[in-house]
Design a protein around this ligand. Structure first.
Ligand code: FSX
Ligand code: SF4
Ligand code: SF4
Length: 304
């Protein structure tokens, strides 16, 4: 394992000095960190989502997804990228969960539907019986060291929990609360999350333990600043120079729907697509990292 402090700084795109690393480190996490030379086992499961979170992770640049998989974690199960399928894959998942009970990290993508006993979302079968996402979340949640809720669907309900919500989609934290599962949960929202947010959070957990979280359980490292307060178009907002189009370079996008005054994330400095651009440069911020997205942020292209 060659993950160093320098690697972490590279992932996070800045200095870690003064970032306030939590004193509360779960015993399972400590064990995992001590064993980091053997690579931490990660089980990744998917409920109600679009797989965009996984696709975003695959776009990781520094480090690349190859480095993440070969150097940082041991990805034991991932429905989209694993070669194994069927009984071979499911049996391995449960073997890992038992062998590394209290030590493995559970990455959950997508929300969890509770209606009809969870039957809206089957994630596999064992011994001829379907397994629901609800059941899988409870079983693995009880055994993991800590859970990473990746993406807004998993963290806060997201799109599947939007108005209507016939499946009773809920976030992972709600499933844990209702079933007395007292494992640490770190939310890494975004629809999808930036690859750096996911890789950086995993790296922080392995090197230093759980990062300092805000009151929505997001790492302050990535979600500690308000986009509007730091936006390159902020001087136009202050002068009330408003854009009528997405492409106007010298105006604020507030009146065409920018929700960033209510949004905390570091997109303004991290940017997306390996730094090529970001939402506000080409359109507006739709507030994808906030609880209540998308309903609270709709209509996307109007002031609400
Ligand atoms: Fe949700 Fe993941 Fe949005 Fe999609 O699966 S966070 S719908 S981008 O990608 O869960
Ligand atoms: Fe704020 Fe959005 Fe205007 Fe930037 S474009 S100043 S984030 S309202
Ligand atoms: Fe989400 Fe806004 Fe960041 Fe775009 S700028 S990724 S909509 S939080």
């Amino acid at each position: 394992m060659s993950l160093t402090r320098r690697d972490f700084v590279k992932i996070c795109g800045g200095t870690v000095a003064g970032l306030g690393i939590s004193q509360m480190v779960h015993p399972g996490l400590l064990m995992a960190m001590e064993k980091e030379a053997q690579k931490a086992p990660v089980i990744w499961i998917q409920g109600q989502g679009c797989t965009g979170c996984s696709v975003s992770l695959l776009n990781a640049v520094h480090p690349s997804i190859k480095e993440v998989l070969l150097k940082i974690i041991s990805l034991e199960y991932h429905p989209t990228v694993m070669a194994a399928k069927g009984a071979l894959a499911i049996d391995h998942l449960f073997e890992v969960a038992d062998k590394y009970e209290g030590e493995f990290f559970l990455a959950i993508e997508g929300s969890v539907p509770k209606a009809a006993d969870g039957k809206y979302c089957y994630v596999g079968e064992k011994d001829g019986q379907h397994i629901t996402m609800l059941e899988m979340t409870k079983t693995l949640g009880a055994k993991c060291a800590a859970t990473l809720s990746l993406g807004t669907c998993s963290a806060y309900g997201g799109i599947p929990a939007a108005w209507g919500n016939l499946t009773d989609a809920v976030p992972v934290t709600q499933i844990y609360q209702e079933n007395n599962i007292a494992k640490p949960v770190i939310n890494v929202p975004g629809c999808p999350p930036h690859p750096d947010w996911m890789v950086g959070t995993i790296a922080h957990v392995l090197l230093y333990g759980i990062p300092e979280l805000d009151n929505h359980l997001r790492p302050k490292l990535f979600f500690g600043s308000n986009i509007h307060d730091n936006c390159p178009y902020r001087s136009y907002y202050d002068q009330n120079v408003m854009s009528k189009t997405f492409t106007e370079k010298k105006a604020c996008r507030y009146e065409i729907g920018c929700k960033a005054p209510h949004v905390n994330a570091d997109c303004w400095k991290r940017r997306w697509n390996n730094g090529v651009n970001w939402c506000v440069e080409n359109a507006v911020c739709i507030g994808c990292v906030e609880p209540g997205f998308p309903d609270m942020m709709s209509p996307f292209y109007e002031v609400v």
